[in-house]
Structure formats: structure tokens, C-alpha cells
Design a protein around this ligand. Structure first.
Ligand code: GTP
Ligand code: MG
Length: 200
């Protein structure tokens, strides 16, 4: 399925601009610059599908990608981006939260966390919101190529422990590297399970 085409459908700047909720969706969220857009590109084997950049705050819309006509990947604007005017950043975050809490066809939120840094205060605030709204999220560690395998394992264990009392946290963590293309099949398998034809 991931070998098939993945196409950009649209970027939404408000809830009125969302595509109809007629396909399952999974969303990629996390701090600005954590690697959301890069991960979507790596998963779909397309270099420039989602616009990735070293400049934090690159993604400023809710971007929808159609994967093989059976599921959508949603690239969300990151949070915790200090450089954006505060009001602007607040608008993105509010829109993103409204989307995450009100989307009936949303199957899972992948909450991306930098494997070097682990959970930060801003992540915990977002997790509190998802726990309260009962929106299931799964932690995906990114940039695991930047540290040693043993350190990645330690971060996985430590993060899993921190999730223990969070009701909406899926109790499995996937470590990935978009540049070294590791952990991608684990994540693809999770995504594929949300497609009726594949999980049947
Ligand atoms: P915003 O759209 O600003 O919220 O950022 P984002 O989360 O979409 O991050 P993006 O994918 O644009 O990546 C940010 C930076 O991290 C870029 O310079 C990427 O090249 C780099 N990066 C992303 N994934 C990896 C990875 O797995 N390994 C390494 N070494 N660098 C990565
Ligand atoms: Mg991005």
C-alpha cells in the first residue's frame, strides 16, 4: 500500500476547509521541527510530498495526503514554536486541537517526540488535552539516528513509564529515523491496521 501513490489533497486553514470525513485518517503531531513532515515523506517514499524544513514552523496548515485512496495522513502544524507571533501560533494550535477532538474518522494521533529529548512540558500539555478528550495517541520517537541504539531503548522505556497514568496513550512506542529509514515498517503496520480491506 505504501508503495502506491500518495497525493496531496489539500491544506485546511479552518474547520470549514476540511475534506469530508469519508476515509480513515491518522494524524502526525508534535513540537515544531520534531520531524512530522519528514516522517510522512519517509513513510511514503516521497522526498517532497510534505514540506520539511530546518526552519521551525514550516507547516502552517492541516495538510491532507491521500494514500492509495484508502486512508489519509494528516500533517499538522507543530506547537512550541517560539518564533511565530504568539497570536498566530495560538490560532494554529487551537485549530489543530479542534480538529483532533472533533474528527469522527480520526483513528490515531501519532505524537512525535525527539528521541534525544523525550517528553517536554509542551508535550505534556497537549497530552493532557488528548487524555481529557479521549483521543487515542501513540508516541513515535523521531531522529533516533542521532543517538546510540541503547539510548533509544532507554528513552522508549522511560517514556512508556511516563505514559502509565494517561488513559488515552497507546501503550506501545515506535522509534524511527526518517533519514536512516528505520522503524518505518512498524509504523506502516500500525497504519495499515486501520484500513478495513487490510485488517480484515
Ligand atoms: P514543523 O512543520 O515546523 O512543525 O516541523 P516538522 O515537525 O514537520 O519537522 P520537519 O520534518 O520539517 O523536520 C525538521 C528538521 O529535522 C529538518 O531539518 C529535517 O531534515 C530534520 N529531521 C527530520 N527527521 C529526521 C531524522 O529522522 N533524522 C535526522 N537526523 N534529522 C531529521
Ligand atoms: Mg512540518
Amino acid at each position: 500500500m505504501f508503495a502506491q501513490s500518495c497525493d496531496f489533497i489539500k491544506g485546511a486553514v479552518d474547520l470549514g476547509g476540511l475534506p469530508p470525513p469519508d476515509l480513515p485518517e491518522v494524524a502526525f503531531w508534535g513540537r515544531s521541527n520534531v520531524g512530522k513532515s519528514s516522517l510522512i515523506n519517509a513513510l511514503t517514499n516521497q522526498k517532497q510530498l510534505a514540506r520539511a524544513s530546518g526552519e521551525p514552523g514550516r507547516t502552517r496548515e492541516l495538510n491532507f495526503f491521500d494514500l492509495a485512496g484508502v486512508i489519509r495522513l494528516v500533517d499538522l502544524p507543530g506547537y512550541g514554536f517560539a518564533k511565530a507571533p504568539k497570536k498566530v501560533a495560538e490560532v494554529w494550535t487551537r485549530l489543530t486541537e479542534a480538529f483532533l477532538k472533533g474528527r469522527p474518522n480520526l483513528k490515531r494521533v501519532f505524537l512525535l517526540i525527539d528521541a534525544r529529548h523525550g517528553l517536554k512540558a509542551a508535550d505534556k500539555v497537549m497530552m493532557d488535552g488528548l487524555d481529557e478528550a479521549a483521543v487515542v495517541y501513540q508516541i513515535v520517537l523521531t531522529k533516533s539516528d542521532k543517538i546510540k541504539p541503547g539510548q533509544v531503548e532507554r528513552m522508549k522505556t522511560e517514556t512508556l513509564e511516563a505514559l502509565a497514568k494517561r488513559p488515552a496513550a497507546f501503550p506501545e512506542i515506535i522509534a524511527t529515523s526518517s533519514s536512516k529509514k528505520t522503524g518505518l515498517d512498524d509504523l506502516r503496520n500500525v497504519i495499515a491496521a486501520f484500513i478495513p480491506e487490510f485488517s480484515a
